[in-house]
Ligand binder design. Structure first.
Ligand SMILES: [Zn+2]
Length: 293
């Protein structure tokens, strides 16, 4: 069975080489304060985290926890107030993601599980994730603890759950930039500090020295969070936001559907946006004009 993981990052990971795991893992680390999801392959993971995660990173909350169910989510936490508050937040995120991506008609096969640990120590103890991790996505669940950045993290990880299920991908390699791009975009919609961070990154860094699309799409960063990785996430999010803004949600949903059907990115772009772009080269050219304005 393939698993898809996203882990949310607080500190620099003490990444070690490990080997011997048969399954491939997509792990995404997100900076707790600023947001920036870093995909790591399992080789970059501390061994304990990788091997444990393959079985089930979820160790239950202590006895007495509360559960609340909403339309699309089952939320577990230590108080009814928290489960209800996060249930409402999850539904808000969900509606926004569906609306933004134009995929309202998509219905997930089963409710998503959201587990909210009391705090960072409990989260690390029970998920065996490394110190830098502040949240993890696996299967159809998000494990998280309450923090200042948790609203953004939740929106980011939920976008991955929806995107992966919608696209039918357990490890969406070739559209990783798009997957992360829309996830960071939704994160900035849910968390104003993330928005400020990425806006600043685009205007003071990416616009001066953009990553060529050929690299954006083909050289997906593997490894811990650093400046180059932050740049990759910022640009992926900027491009996804640009395509959504210029093309509109309906066209964007056609675009996603065509990729899902196996069309190339160029074919999907040319066929989905009413003649706005002939291919990704065109998207790149017009996006560069916008960010350099
Ligand atoms: Zn991510």
């Amino acid at each position: 069975m393939k698993n898809s993981f996203s882990s949310t990052k607080a500190f620099e990971p003490a990444a070690q080489k490990s080997s011997g795991q048969a399954n491939s893992i997509l792990l995404c680390a997100l900076a707790l304060a600023l947001g920036g999801c870093v995909p790591l392959d399992e080789a970059a993971l501390p061994k304990a985290a990788a091997s444990q995660a393959l079985e089930a990173p979820y160790t239950k909350l202590d006895p007495g926890y509360k559960t609340s169910e909403s339309l699309h989510f089952i939320v577990k936490a230590y108080s009814s107030e928290t489960t209800q508050r996060y249930g409402a937040l999850c539904e808000e995120d969900y509606q926004r993601i569906m609306r933004d991506l134009g995929i309202y008609s998509f219905v997930p096969s089963r409710p998503y599980n959201i587990v909210i640990y009391r705090d960072a120590p409990e989260y690390h103890l029970k998920t065996l994730q490394p110190d830098w991790s502040g949240g993890i996505t696996y299967g159809n669940a998000i494990l998280i603890y309450e923090s200042d950045g948790s609203a953004g993290i939740l929106a980011h990880e939920m976008t991955h759950l929806v995107f992966n299920e919608f696209m039918g991908l357990s490890a969406p390699g070739e559209v990783r930039w798009l997957n992360e791009g829309v996830a960071v975009y939704e994160q900035t919609r849910a968390d104003y500090r993330s928005k400020a961070f990425y806006d600043e990154k685009i205007s003071n860094d990416i616009s001066l020295n953009p990553i060529p699309f050929s690299q954006l799409m083909n050289l997906v960063p593997q490894g811990q969070k650093d400046a180059a990785v932050e740049r990759w996430y910022a640009e992926a999010a900027g491009v996804a936001a640009f395509m959504l803004r210029q093309g509109g949600s309906l066209s964007f949903s056609y675009f996603l559907n065509r990729i899902k059907d196996g069309r190339s990115l160029d074919e999907a772009v040319a066929a989905s946006f009413g003649g706005l772009w002939k291919g990704m080269k065109d998207v790149e050219r017009t996006w560069l004009l916008e960010i350099k304005r």
